[in-house]
Design a protein around this ligand. Structure first.
Ligand SMILES: Cc1ncc(COP(=O)(O)O)c(C=O)c1O
Length: 408
């Protein structure tokens, strides 16, 4: 088979499977209302949960001070005082000793897993974890196990099974002779804190206890919880669930969702962060995010730490769930901004999404391989910028489309 045939076959197969993906062209800033190919749409698809992505002043002001590009990687000359200050503010916001900026969440997850894990180690992941955690596990040389979604007992079963087995022997070559040495096998548990396609949350207290009892390191990916969830002192899913930095030693947050910009960070102990600076390839070998962006992200962080926007979002979530229940819509159980409607069939999910678009509403249909086969869904996301009228319009449109023959 030639390269051309391989590519052609894959493309044709994707179309035949009804899984063909197409990008839309957005012609306006992200907000509750956007222009798509010239058509105004009510946007229920973005992760801009707090409605900050459309802000311009923080970035314009910062660009005047810092210019466009960072010029180099952090370890060369790309690390500015704007990056440094943002790292400090991020660490404080989540209640950790230190934070380290990354270009995005995908790279931050790859960095932690690739750098920490060795061949003899075990990595345990929730079945519904984000692709970047799975890919991080794949590029690490560790043995990866995926426990059933939110099933602590299944994780426990895996941990007990592996920790009972004998330590591994590693044959190494030194000074021309082969040595056999016993290597210690370490365990790491990684989970999304808020599951991106389902909107439900990991039981972090349960996982923290299991990890503590089995000397496993716990890492959470809080892409959808950072800046959005929290308590009066700190932001993040761990804070929301009453856990401390000691109980969740590795925290990953992204700046492209709740904070409305771009970038990500790992928070952890002083030593973990120094270790990543020394050894994490996705940190070392890439250009730092623009200093202007880092500065603008700090401004947005100050805004979100007042908690006002989260209160608006929470009220929208409550209203949406109440009304959806009233209309007997089959919304998945979730108390976060992600409120998916399970459809099942791929073609049906796409057809409903297209009909919503005709009525002026953008809700993306999510299909395999992003979600499991037979579980295609409309991933509805709410933001602080939606009004109750917007939500009413979405729900009544959905009901009329479903009643017209697309019933679930
Ligand atoms: C759970 C989760 N982790 C990580 C990422 C990756 O973050 P980023 O978009 O910053 O690469 C995303 C989304 O994109 C996500 O939903």
């Amino acid at each position: 088979m030639s390269w051309q045939q391989r590519i052609h076959q894959a493309v044709q197969q994707r179309k035949a499977d009804n899984l063909w993906r197409q990008r839309i062209n957005v012609g306006s800033p992200q907000s509750a209302r956007i222009l798509v190919d010239g058509q105004p749409l009510l946007n229920f698809s973005s992760n801009d949960y707090l409605g900050l992505a459309q802000q311009t002043e923080p970035l314009i002001d910062a660009a005047k001070a810092w210019g466009m590009g960072s010029g180099a990687s952090h370890l060369v000359c790309g690390h500015s005082s704007a990056h440094q200050q943002l790292e400090q503010a991020l660490a404080e916001s989540v209640g950790y000793p230190r934070a380290l900026l990354f270009s995005n969440g995908y790279m931050a997850n790859l960095a932690v897993l690739q750098t920490l894990l060795r061949r003899q180690d075990h990595l345990y992941q929730d079945k519904l974890n984000h692709a970047s955690l799975i890919d991080g596990g794949l590029i690490s040389s560790a043995k990866m196990h995926r426990y059933r979604h939110n099933d602590g007992a299944h994780l426990l079963h895996f941990l007990k099974q592996h920790q009972k087995s004998a330590p591994e022997s590693l044959v190494t070559a030194s000074s021309g002779s082969l040595n056999e040495q016993t290597v210690s096998s370490l365990s790491l548990v990684a989970t999304d804190a808020v599951f991106s396609m389902d909107g439900d949350q990991a039981n972090l207290a349960d996982l923290a206890t299991i990890c503590q009892q089995h000397q496993a390191l716990l890492m959470i990916d809080d892409a959808h919880g950072f800046a959005v969830l929290g308590n009066s002192a700190h932001t993040g899913s761990h804070a929301k669930q009453g856990l401390t930095a000691e109980q969740v030693p590795i925290y990953m947050g992204t700046l492209g969702k709740g904070l409305g910009g771009y970038g990500a960070f790992i928070a952890g102990s002083e030593e973990l962060i120094e270790y990543l600076i020394q050894f994490a390839r996705p940190y070392i070998y890439t250009t730092a995010i623009p200093a202007a962006l880092a500065s603008a992200m700090q401004t947005n962080l100050e805004v979100v730490m007042t908690g006002k926007r989260q209160a608006l979002l929470a009220s929208n979530i409550d209203y949406f769930r109440q009304q959806a229940q009233h209309l007997a819509l089959n919304i998945m159980p979730s108390s976060t901004a992600i409120q998916p409607l399970l459809i099942g069939d791929d073609a049906k999910a796409v057809a409903i999404s297209q009909q919503l678009k005709q009525q002026g509403i953008l809700v993306t249909a999510i299909r395999p391989p992003t979600v499991a086969k037979g579980s295609a869904r409309l991933r509805i996301t709410l933001t602080a910028n939606h009004t109750e009228k917007d939500i009413d319009f979405l729900l009544t449109s959905l009901v009329s489309i479903l009643e017209s023959g697309y019933g679930v």
